[in-house]
Design a protein around this ligand. Structure first.
Ligand SMILES: [Zn+2]
Length: 301
């Protein structure tokens, strides 16, 4: 689980438990006001317990008090049974009692909450809805179809279904606009999200805004995204090359991000309209490091 979401999950579970406690107390109060006879029994029980404690403390004989208390307990249990009263707190998840863990292992509900957070934070602006099932290349007569289908297969089987053991860390898809780079990247994102893998999809333009926000310490709503850009397991940068070049920001932050992600074995997909030489012209030889064949899959579409 990503530490980025740890604190938010803590907040969610603390709130769940607070709600359960509040509902529990509310329902108990409701039961007592609807059953005055029962409330009276509880009052008597309290008095009896006090009497018993007093006698014990004084070292006196407390057989009578014990009997009274035992009788009251029976009466109370009978009343609860006859009237089907329930005093168990109602948790959202009865398995983990809203703690999120069962025997130290994450409960199913925690995984679900985590998954919700992943989906909520998958991008700054809405991510296109596109999945592997939406790929129309298998029935297309487009001359690029065979190549695209092969790439879809690789991304589905060798990357998504084999995420932890996949040898590639960087993916560079370059080609003209409209060929389907973004669709493929988004299909990967959606498949990974379904597998509880943290994904962040961002256009190069948005990414630069996140970097700029960090650089100028503006602390806007984008600020938290900077950590996520570094920490998420799969970062997708769409349309690299279209972003403005800001001195001390664009290249510096881009390369330090890619560097950090590479060192931390996190995967990145870069979609760009720029071909190999154009990428080097814009970003310099440094870019080649991230396209290194050993850990990168670079495809010109
Ligand atoms: Zn649970």
């Amino acid at each position: 689980m990503l530490k980025y979401f740890g604190q938010r999950l803590d907040t969610i579970y603390t709130a769940k438990r607070a709600i359960a406690k509040e509902n529990f107390e509310k329902s108990n109060r409701a039961i007592l006001s609807a059953h005055p006879a029962f409330a009276q029994m509880l009052k008597e029980k309290k008095t009896a317990e006090l009497d018993l404690a007093r006698k014990k403390a004084r070292g006196e004989n407390f057989t009578d008090e014990e009997n009274i208390l035992a009788q009251l307990n029976i009466k109370i249990a009978d009343y609860v049974k006859t009237n089907s009263l329930s005093f168990a707190p109602k948790y959202v998840c009865s398995t983990c009692k809203d703690s999120g863990y069962v025997n130290g292992k994450p409960c199913k509900c925690l995984i679900k909450e985590y998954n919700n957070l992943l989906h909520e934070n998958k991008s700054v602006s809405p991510m296109p809805r596109f999945t592997f099932e939406n790929n129309t290349y298998p029935t297309s007569s487009d001359p690029k179809a065979a190549g695209m289908n092969k790439l879809y297969k690789i991304m589905s089987e060798k990357v998504c279904d084999n995420f932890d053991n996949c040898k590639w860390q960087n993916f560079i898809f370059s080609g003209a606009s409209g060929i389907g780079k973004t669709s493929l990247a988004v299909a990967v994102a959606n498949r990974l999200l379904d597998k509880n893998v943290s994904v962040f999809y961002v256009s190069s333009f948005e990414l630069i805004n996140i970097f700029l926000d960090k650089h100028t310490h503006k602390q806007t709503s984008l600020s938290k995204m900077f950590d996520y850009v570094n920490e998420c397991e799969m970062l997708i940068i769409d349309n690299l090359g279209a972003e403005p070049i800001y001195k001390n920001v664009t290249f510096e932050y881009l390369f330090s991000t890619l560097e950090k992600r590479l060192a931390n074995k996190k995967k990145t997909i870069i979609c760009t309209q720029l071909g190999g030489q154009a990428l080097i012209n814009r970003y310099g030889e440094t870019f080649l490091k991230f396209a290194n064949k050993k850990f990168s899959l670079s495809v010109e579409l």
